[in-house]
Design a protein around this ligand. Sequence first.
Ligand code: ZN
Length: 88
Amino acid sequence: MAERRKYKKRYCKYCEAKIDFIDYKDTNSLKHSMSERYKIMPRRLTGNCKRHQEMISNAIKRARQAALVPYTVTRKIVVANPFESIVS
Ligand SMILES: [Zn+2]
């Protein structure tokens, strides 16, 4: 049971850093709460508290509207990127 857990500790990173506001323009920090296909990670995996998870999801949705973060990643794009590094 305990050894099967993928994510070590369950604590809110944002509470630890005492962040009151999450900027939607700061896409690098938003990426921590997104999967590799830019889906919002559920709270049970990231361990964020409810308050911060709502702030993150709002920020990600705003960033999507502003085209800073893609809504979805199609298979082509995911496959195409590794090939570029192989060719060059
Ligand atoms: Zn928190």
